[in-house]
Design a protein around this ligand. Structure first.
Ligand code: BGC
Length: 792
C-alpha cells in the first residue's frame, strides 16, 4: 500500500488515509461515508470535532422552504426541498482523565482510517497522547447495515497505553447539530437552522429514543440507541434525554493492558404519517433486531452481502492500481446509494452529503441505473418504483404545463419539481424519456414481467403521452419537439435536440409495444388503437436534424450556425464557464458543458453509422469543456468506440477519480454518483463495448496499451457471466445460469460455462480529436502511477 499524491493510499480493496489533516476532513468525510441507501452517515470522527460537515441523512427525509424568485412566473415551482441532517448517532466523546480527546490538541502518534470495500465498514485506529502526556489507543469500526436497513452500529474500544487511566465516554444522539450551510439563500439557510422540533424523548439503562418533526414539511424522524459495555470492573453509567440530546455516560478506571469496549447500536426511521408512538415502536423494534443479531452477527451479514455483490459486480483491472481502487470505490458507493433505497430516490450525491440539496436528477436513470440494472437489478427496480410512486405529481405537473401524460421533475426529493431555473429545469423534458429508457433497459435485462405490468407500462404510457402532446407534425410531416433543453446545459430551449428526439422516439415505440403485450393494462389507462397509432406515427416521423455539408448532427437545430466560443481567449480560471459568463452568451455559442449529442451516440448508437459517430465525436470534442462531472464517462465510451482508446482511458480515469482527486473542488458536499457510474460506463461500455439495443447485448472489447487485462461481471436475464479482455482476445464465460446469446464485434455467439475466447481486432481510428485548449483530460500514464508507488 502506498500513498498517492492525493492523500489516500493506493490499495485494491480499501481506501485508507493516514494522519490527521483537518483541512482535508470535509472531503474525506464524503469519501468515507457509509450508507445503505436508506441511512447515510458521513465519515466524521466519533468525537464530533474537529469536523468538516456533520451529516446523517435518511433517504426521502427533507425540509421544505419557499423557492426564491426575484421575479416569478406561471408554473414556477413554489416550494423547494432540502435534505436534513437528522439526529446524529455517530458521536462518542472520550475524556481521558480530565482531558477531552480532541485531535487538534495533544499529539496523535498514529491515526489511520480505512474504508473497507469487502467488509463494508469504516475502521479507525488512533494513538493519542493528551496534552499532559496520557496515552490511549482508540480503535473503532462502524457500519450501516445492508441487511437490516434501519440499523447502524459502532464498535468503540479504548486502551490505556502506559498507565491505569480513568476514562469517561459520552455516547450521544444529537439533533439540530449546528452546521454551516453553503447556500447563499438566507431563506434556505433559515429552513435548515435547527429544522427539527423535539416531540418525544426517553432514556433508560443503556437505551434512549428521540423523536422529532420538521417545522415545515411535517415529516417525523425517530432515532434510537442502545449499548453493550465490556469492561473488567468499576463501571458507572448514567443516561439522560432531553429535547435534542440523549446521552449515555460511562465512567470507568481501566488498567494498563485493559480495555473499555462499547458497542453502540443505532436505529432510524421516518414517516410522513406515523404517530410518535408508532415511530418510536418502529425504531425500538429495529434496534432489538440489531442487538439480537449482535455486533459479530451484523459484521458477518455485511460481509456476506458484499461477497455476493463483488461476485456479481466486480471489475478487475491489471496495470493501473490506482484506477483499480477508484473503480471499486465507485462500485462500492453506487451500491451504498442504491442497495436499500426501496422505493425512494437515488440522489445525485447519494446519501454522502448535502450537495444539490439532496435532490435526485436524471443522473439516476441515465448513469446510475445502467450499473445497477446489470449488477443489482432489484435496486434498479426499486429506484424505478420510486418514480412510479411519484406519477401523480408528474401528471399534475404536465397538466399545469398544458401537457398530457407525466412530466417528471428535473430535481426533487419527493417527486415534486424543485428547480427554480426553468430553462435548465422545466425545459429539460428529456428526464421523462430517460426514465422510460431505464424502464425498458431494466425489463429487457431481467424479463421482470411483474414490474412491467405493475409499474413499467404505466410509466411508458404516461411519458409517451407527454411526447405526443409536447411535439407536433410540421407541414413536411416531421414530428418536431421544439423549445426543449437537452443534456448540455450550455444550450437551452432549442428545437429538435437530437438526444431528446431519439430518446422520445424510443419511448413512444416502447410504450406502444408494452401496450400490445399488456392489452389489459393499456385498457386500464384508456390507451386505444388511435393513441397507439399516433405514438407510432410520431416515432416514425421524428425530426432528426443533420448537416449534410459538415457531415455532422447539430445537437439541436441551429446549433451549428451559432458563433464559436473564443476558447483561445478564455483563461483557465474562467472555468467553469457558468460561474464567469452569462447564460445568454453561452446559449448562443457553440460551447458544450457536457456530452449531449455524444450521449446520443452512446445510448442511441443504433441510429448512427460508424462514420457519423467518428465525425460527430470529433466535432463535439473540440467544443466540449466538461464543466459537468457527468461528461467524462460518456466521452470515454464513445472515444473507445471510434477507436481512440488512449483518450478513452484518459476519460475513464477522470470519471473514476473525480471524487478521490476532487477534480471539481466540491467533494466536501458529497460524492458525484453519476461520475462514479461513469467509471463503470467507461470500463464496461467503453473498453467492453457493451450495448443493449432492443434487448440484445453486444460487446466490442478493446484495451489501451497500458492495461494488461480488464475483467467485469454482469447479470442478464438471470445469467451471471464474465467478460475478460486482454490486448488481443476476450474471453466470455457464464458463471451461473443458462447459456446466453451475445454479439462480439458484430459476430453472434453463445456463451456457456465453457470459456469462449474470441479475437479482439485492432481498432481503426481517424486522426486524434482535439479539445478546447486546456480542457482535454489529463493523459493517463499508468507507468507513472506504478513508478510513483515504487518510489514511496
Ligand atoms: C449537470 C446536470 C446534472 C446536475 C446534477 C449539472 O451540473 O449539468 O446534467 O443533472 O449537475 O448532477
Amino acid at each position: 500500500m502506498t500513498e498517492t499524491e492525493f492523500g489516500y493510499e493506493c490499495a485494491p480493496w480499501e481506501l485508507r488515509w493516514r494522519g490527521l489533516d483537518v483541512d482535508a476532513l470535509q472531503r474525506t468525510e464524503s469519501a468515507f461515508a457509509l450508507s445503505n441507501g436508506h441511512i447515510g452517515m458521513r465519515g466524521t470522527l466519533e468525537e464530533g470535532e474537529p469536523c468538516g460537515l456533520p451529516g446523517t441523512y435518511l433517504n426521502g427525509f427533507y425540509e421544505q422552504h419557499e423557492l426564491p424568485y426575484a421575479e416569478g412566473g406561471y408554473g414556477y415551482p413554489e416550494e423547494g426541498q432540502t435534505v436534513v441532517n437528522v439526529t446524529d448517532g455517530k458521536i462518542l466523546r472520550l475524556l481521558v482523565e480530565d482531558e477531552p480527546l480532541d485531535m487538534r490538541y495533544g499529539v496523535a502518534t498514529a491515526h489511520d482510517r480505512v474504508l473497507d470495500f469487502r467488509s463494508g465498514t469504516l475502521r479507525r485506529v488512533t494513538e493519542w497522547s493528551s496534552p499532559t502526556g496520557r496515552r490511549v489507543r482508540v480503535t473503532t469500526e462502524r457500519l450501516v447495515s445492508f441487511t437490516q436497513r434501519a440499523v447502524a452500529a459502532i464498535r468503540y474500544d479504548v486502551e490505556p497505553l502506559d498507565e491505569d487511566l480513568q476514562l469517561v465516554v459520552q455516547s450521544d444522539l444529537l439533533a439540530n447539530e449546528p452546521i454551516t450551510s453553503d447556500t447563499r439563500d438566507p431563506r434556505v439557510a433559515a429552513a435548515l437552522d435547527a429544522p427539527l422540533v423535539a416531540q418525544f424523548c426517553q432514556a433508560m439503562e443503556h437505551h434512549a429514543v428521540l423523536v422529532h418533526e420538521t417545522r415545515a414539511s411535517g415529516l417525523r424522524v425517530a432515532a434510537a440507541m442502545d449499548h453493550t459495555i465490556e469492561v473488567d470492573n468499576g463501571l458507572r453509567t448514567h443516561i439522560q434525554a432531553e429535547g435534542d440530546l440523549a446521552r449515555l455516560t460511562a465512567a470507568v478506571d481501566v488498567r494498563k493492558g485493559g480495555r473499555l469496549r462499547i458497542t453502540k447500536f443505532l436505529a432510524y426511521g421516518w414517516s410522513a404519517q406515523r404517530s410518535v408512538p408508532a415511530l418510536r415502536a418502529q425504531v425500538e423494534a429495529a434496534l432489538a433486531g440489531g442487538r439480537q443479531t449482535t455486533w459479530e452477527g451484523l459484521i458477518a451479514e455485511q460481509r456476506e452481502f458484499l461477497d455476493h455483490f463483488w461476485a456479481t459486480s466486480d471489475i478487475e483491472i491489471d496495470g493501473d492500481p490506482e484506477l483499480q481502487q477508484a473503480v471499486r470505490f465507485a462500485l462500492f458507493h453506487l451500491l451504498q446509494a442504491g442497495a436499500r433505497g426501496e422505493t425512494r430516490a437515488i440522489a445525485g450525491k447519494g446519501l454522502t452529503g448535502p450537495g444539490y440539496d439532496g435532490h435526485a436528477f436524471w443522473d439516476t436513470e441515465t448513469f446510475v441505473l445502467p450499473v445497477l440494472t446489470y449488477t443489482m437489478p432489484d435496486a434498479a427496480r426499486d429506484a424505478l418504483r420510486w418514480r412510479h410512486s411519484t406519477l401523480d405529481k408528474a401528471r399534475a405537473r404536465a397538466e399545469q404545463l398544458g401537457l398530457r401524460g407525466a412530466a417528471f421533475p428535473w430535481r426533487s426529493i419527493n417527486g415534486a419539481e424543485c428547480s427554480a431555473y426553468w430553462p435548465a429545469g422545466t425545459a429539460a423534458f428529456h428526464v421523462s424519456a430517460d426514465i422510460a429508457d431505464a424502464v425498458l433497459r431494466y425489463v429487457n435485462a431481467t424479463g421482470d414481467t411483474d414490474f412491467e405490468r405493475a409499474c413499467g407500462t404505466e410509466l411508458l404510457v404516461e411519458t409517451a403521452r407527454l411526447w405526443a402532446s409536447l411535439g407536433h407534425f410540421d407541414h413536411h410531416g416531421h414530428f418536431r419537439i421544439d423549445g426543449v433543453t437537452g443534456p448540455d446545459e450550455y444550450s437551452a430551449v432549442a428545437d429538435n435536440n437530437v438526444y431528446t428526439n431519439l430518446m422520445a422516439r424510443r419511448n413512444l415505440s416502447a410504450a406502444a409495444e408494452a401496450c400490445e403485450r399488456h392489452a389489459d393494462i393499456a385498457a386500464q389507462f384508456e390507451v386505444d388503437t388511435a393513441e397507439l397509432d399516433s405514438w407510432r406515427a410520431a416515432a416514425d416521423a421524428m425530426a432528426l436534424p443533420y448537416d449534410q455539408e459538415l457531415g455532422v448532427h447539430p445537437q439541436s437545430e441551429g446549433f451549428l450556425q451559432h458563433d464559436e466560443w473564443d476558447f483561445a481567449g478564455t483563461a483557465e480560471e474562467f472555468y467553469p464557464l457558468l460561474l464567469n459568463y452569462p447564460y445568454f452568451d453561452l446559449y448562443r455559442k457553440q460551447v458544450v458543458k457536457q456530452a449531449d449529442l455524444v450521449l446520443a451516440l452512446h445510448l442511441c448508437g443504433d441510429s448512427f453509422s460508424p462514420e457519423e459517430k467518428a465525425r460527430d465525436f470529433a466535432y463535439y470534442e473540440a467544443r466540449t469543456v466538461r464543466d459537468s462531472s457527468l461528461s467524462a464517462g460518456t466521452q470515454a465510451v464513445i472515444a473507445a468506440e471510434v477507436g481512440h482508446v488512449q483518450l478513452a482511458y484518459d476519460y475513464l480515469a477522470e470519471a473514476a477519480l473525480t471524487d478521490l482527486h476532487d477534480v471539481h473542488n466540491n467533494v466536501r458536499n458529497g460524492l458525484h454518483m453519476a461520475s462514479l457510474a461513469g467509471a463503470w460506463q467507461g470500463a464496461v461500455a467503453g473498453f467492453g463495448g457493451l450495448r443493449d439495443y432492443g434487448g440484445q447485448l453486444s460487446f466490442a472489447p478493446r484495451l489501451p496499451e497500458e492495461l494488461g487485462r480488464l475483467t467485469f461481471r454482469l447479470t442478464f436475464r438471470g445469467t451471471r457471466f464474465q467478460v475478460s479482455i486482454a490486448p488481443a482476445e476476450a474471453t466470455y464465460q457464464v458463471l451461473e445460469g443458462p447459456a446466453l446469446d451475445l454479439i462480439h464485434h458484430g459476430e453472434r455467439f453463445t456463451v456457456t460455462t465453457e470459456p469462449s475466447t474470441l479475437p479482439v481486432p485492432t481498432p481503426a481510428a481517424g486522426p486524434p480529436p482535439s479539445q478546447p485548449p486546456g480542457r482535454g483530460p489529463a493523459r493517463r500514464d499508468a507507468s507513472k502511477v506504478r513508478q510513483f508507488m515504487k518510489g514511496t
